[in-house]
Design a protein around this ligand. Structure first.
Ligand SMILES: Nc1nc2c(ncn2[C@@H]2O[C@H](COP(=O)(O)OP(=O)(O)OP(=O)(O)O)[C@@H](O)[C@H]2O)c(=O)[nH]1
Ligand SMILES: Nc1nc2c(ncn2[C@@H]2O[C@H](COP(=O)(O)OP(=O)(O)OP(=O)(O)O)[C@@H](O)[C@H]2O)c(=O)[nH]1
Ligand SMILES: [Mg+2]
Ligand SMILES: [Mg+2]
Lengths: 292, 278
C-alpha cells in the first residue's frame, strides 16, 4: 500500500524537523506511481502531485513514521477534497414528470442502472416510468422490459422503428396523462466521437428537458475517461456521473480524472448486477480505494 | 507526432507520457523507453522521427509472437468458449466471429450459455437470425453447463466446424462465478472428450490497469488461449494488452472496431503500434 511504501521511504528520516524538497521528491514519485497504477489520468496526476509537493515541503514532522503519516494525510485530504460531494439528491422538476437522461459508452451499465434508479425512486415513494430509446442494440427493449419487471416499473417503448426523439416525446405525453412522477430515459451506448449519435442524444435531451443528465461510466475505465467525460459534458452539460462495477477490484482512479476535468459530481456508484446495488457516492471510501 | 528537433531527455519523457496515456502500464512504458534509449545509443540515432519509428517497432515486436489465427477445424467441432467481465462485448464479438467463419465457408453454431442476464439469450438469438447462424439455447435460468453439454453433443453428432459459446459477464472477484466458469470448462471437456480448443478472453480497450488483473485471474480459472480487444473505434488505444502479452502466453486474435458484424479484424501488431503512438 502507499502508506507502507511511504513508511519504508521515510524510515531513514530518524530525526525530527521540517520536510525538505529532497525528502518529498521521492515520496512524490511513489504517490505518482500509485495514482497512475490506479488509472488516474496522467495530466491530472501531474497537477495533483504538484499540489502535494507544495503542501508537504516544510511540514513539521516528529519522526520517519510521523513523516509518512503526514504525507499520506495530505494526499488523502487533497484527494477527498478534489472528489468532492455527491451533488445532493436527484433533482426534481417544478411540476411532474421529472425526466432523467441516462447516457454513456457501450456496455457501461446504463440499462441496468436505469433499473436501479427506478428501484431507488420507488423506495422514495415515487412512480417512475422507464423509457426504452435504444433502438439499435439487439433485444435492448426486451432487456429493459425484463429489468422493468424485476423492479415493478412499467416500460414505455414504441419498438425499434421509431426514432429516440419521437419515443421520448410520446413517453413524456404518456407520463403526464398517466400521472408518472419520473421518466428514466435509457439510451443506446454511443462513442463521444460519433457525431451522428452525439447529435441524436442532444436532440433527445432537447425533447425531454431533463432535470438530470447522468453519464454512466465503467469504473475500470483507464486514461480515456477524461476524453469521454469532457466530450459528453461539452455536448450535453451533464449533471453528474454514475460509476459502475465497483464491486470489482479496479482502483477507480477514473473518478478523480472525470471530476477534475468537468467539475461535475459523482452522484452514485454501481456495486453489483442486482437492482438494489446502487450506493450514494461518498468521497472517503473511494479515496481509500484509489490510494490502495 | 512530435515537434522536437533532437533526441533529449524531454523526448523520452514525452514518449513515456504518450504510452501511459494509451493505458500502457508505467512498468511497461519505462521498459520500452529504456530499450529505445539503448537502441538510440547503440545505433547513434540522431533523428527524432527515427527514434519514434524504433519505438513503434519495439511495441510491434513485443506483440508479434502473440499473433496467431484461430485453430482450423481439422477435428471438428472446434469449441470456443468466450469469457470476460461484464459489458466488454462478448456477445457481439461472438456474432462477429461467427459471421467471419461463415464467410470462410465453415459451419458454425452459437451457444447461448448466458442464462442469467436480462434478455441475453434473445440478444444472441437476434444476432443468429441477422447473420444466418443457428443458436442453441435453453430457458433463462437454466444451468449454463447443461446448455454447453447439450450443444457440444449435438455439434459432434452433426460434425459442425465451430461451436462458439457465450457466457455471462462476470467479475473475476466473484469467487462463485469463477467457479461456475471452471464447471462450464470441465463439462465442455467431458462432452468433447478433450480440452476445449480455445478459451477467448474479451477485453475492452477502454479498460485501464485492471485489464492485466482480469487476464491473470481468468488465466487462473481456465486455460486462456486467445484474446480479443474491443471498442478500438473509440479514443482508447488498448495499451493494456502490452503488459498482458509480456506476462501471459496468449494469442491476440482479433480486434473489435464497432458494433456491426464487419467491424472485426485479425490483430495486426504493426497497425496497433502505429495507432498507439500517433
Ligand atoms: N458487477 C457489476 N455488473 C454490472 C454493474 N452494472 C452493470 N453491470 C453489468 O454490466 C453489463 C452491461 O450492462 P448494461 O446495463 O447492459 O450496459 P449498457 O450500458 O446498457 O450497455 P449498452 O446499452 O450496450 O451500451 C451487464 O452484464 C450488467 O449486468 C455493476 O455495478 N456491477
Ligand atoms: N463501439 C463499439 N461497441 C462495441 C464493440 N463491441 C461491442 N460493442 C457494444 O458494446 C455493448 C456491449 O456488448 P455485448 O456484446 O452485449 O457485451 P457483453 O460482454 O456480452 O456483455 P454482458 O453479457 O452483459 O457481460 C453493446 O452495445 C455492443 O454493441 C466494439 O468493438 N465497438
Ligand atoms: Mg443498454
Ligand atoms: Mg453478453
Amino acid at each position: 500500500s502507499l502508506s507502507e511504501k511511504l513508511q519504508n521511504l521515510f524510515q531513514q528520516l530518524g530525526r525530527k524537523g521540517r520536510l525538505t524538497e529532497a525528502d518529498v521528491t521521492e515520496a512524490v514519485r511513489q504517490i505518482r506511481l500509485a495514482l497512475l497504477e490506479a488509472d488516474v489520468n496522467y495530466r491530472v496526476v501531474k497537477e495533483f502531485i504538484a499540489r502535494i509537493k507544495e503542501q508537504a515541503v516544510g511540514e513539521e514532522v516528529l519522526s520517519g513514521l510521523n513523516a509518512a503519516q503526514h504525507v499520506v494525510k495530505i494526499v488523502r485530504d487533497e484527494l477527498q477534497a478534489l472528489l468532492g460531494d455527491n451533488g445532493g439528491p436527484l433533482a426534481n422538476a417544478p411540476k411532474p414528470p421529472t425526466a432523467y437522461l441516462v447516457v454513456g459508452l457501450q456496455g457501461g451499465g446504463k440499462t441496468t442502472t436505469c433499473g436501479k434508479l427506478a428501484a431507488h425512486l420507488r423506495k422514495g415513494g415515487h412512480r417512475p416510468l422507464l423509457v426504452a430509446t435504444d433502438v439499435a442494440r439487439p433485444a435492448a427493449i426486451q432487456q429493459l422490459q425484463v429489468v422493468g419487471e424485476a423492479v415493478k416499473t412499467p416500460v414505455f417503448q414504441l419498438g425499434t422503428r421509431v426514432s429516440p426523439v419521437d419515443i421520448v416525446r410520446a413517453a413524456l405525453a404518456h407520463a403526464r396523462e398517466q400521472g408518472f412522477t419520473h421518466l428514466i430515459v435509457d439510451t443506446a451506448g454511443r462513442l463521444h466521437v460519433d457525431d451522428v449519435l452525439m447529435d441524436e442524444v442532444v436532440a433527445v435531451r432537447d425533447a425531454v428537458a431533463p432535470q438530470e443528465i447522468l453519464l454512466v461510466l465503467d469504473a475500470m475505465t483507464g486514461q480515456d475517461a477524461v476524453n469521454v467525460a469532457e466530450q459528453f459534458n461539452a455536448r450535453l452539460e451533464i449533471s453528474g456521473f454514475i460509476l459502475t462495477k465497483l464491486d470489482g477490484d479496479t482502483r477507480g482512479g477514473a473518478a478523480l480524472s472525470i471530476r477534475s476535468v468537468t467539475g461535475k459530481p459523482i452522484r452514485f456508484l454501481g456495486v453489483g448486477e442486482k437492482y438494489d446495488a446502487l450506493e450514494t457516492f461518498h468521497a472517503d471510501r473511494l479515496t481509500s480505494r484509489i490510494i490502495g | 507526432a512530435f515537434r522536437r528537433s533532437e533526441i533529449t531527455e524531454d523526448l523520452y519523457e514525452a514518449l513515456e507520457e504518450s504510452l501511459i496515456l494509451s493505458d500502457v502500464s508505467v512498468e511497461t512504458a519505462t521498459l520500452l523507453v529504456d530499450r529505445l534509449r539503448e537502441r538510440v545509443r547503440r545505433e547513434g540515432i540522431k533523428d527524432v522521427e527515427a527514434a519514434y519509428d524504433v519505438l513503434q517497432h519495439l511495441v510491434a515486436e513485443l506483440l508479434a509472437e502473440h499473433v496467431r489465427p484461430l485453430p482450423p477445424p481439422t477435428r471438428p467441432p472446434v469449441v470456443v468458449v468466450v469469457v470476460g467481465v461484464n459489458g466488454v462485448g462478448k456477445t457481439t464479438t461472438i456474432a462477429k466471429l461467427a459471421a467471419l467463419l461463415k464467410r470462410q465457408r465453415h459451419s458454425v453454431v452459437m451457444v447461448a450459455a448466458d442464462t442469467f442476464r436480462a434478455a441475453a439469450i434473445e440478444q444472441l438469438e437476434l444476432w443468429g437470425q441477422r447473420i444466418g447462424v443457428d443458436v442453441v439455447r435453453h430457458q433463462m435460468g437454466a444451468d449454463p453447463a447443461a446448455v454447453v453439454f447439450d450443444a457440444i453433443q449435438s455439434a459432434c453428432a452433426r460434425k459442425v466446424d465451430y461451436v462458439i459459446i457465450d457466457t455471462a459477464g462476470r467479475l473475476h472477484t466473484k469467487h462463485n462465478l469463477m467457479e461456475e466458469l471452471r464447471k462450464i470448462d470441465r463439462v465442455a471437456q467431458r462432452a468433447l472428450g478433450h480440452t476445449v480448443d480455445e478459451t477467448l478472453l474479451v477485453l475492452d480497450a477502454t479498460t485501464g490497469q485492471n485489464a492485466l488483473v482480469q487476464a491473470r485471474e481468468f488465466a487462473q480459472a481456465v486455460n486462456l488461449t486467445g484474446l480479443v480487444l474491443t471498442k478500438l473505434d473509440g479514443t482508447a488505444k488498448g495499451g493494456n494488452v502490452l503488459s498482458i502479452a509480456a506476462e501471459i502466453p496468449i494469442s491476440i486474435r482479433y480486434v473489435g472496431t464497432g458494433e456491426r458484424p464487419e467491424d472485426f479484424a485479425p490483430f495486426d501488431p504493426q497497425r496497433f503500434a502505429r495507432e498507439l503512438l500517433p
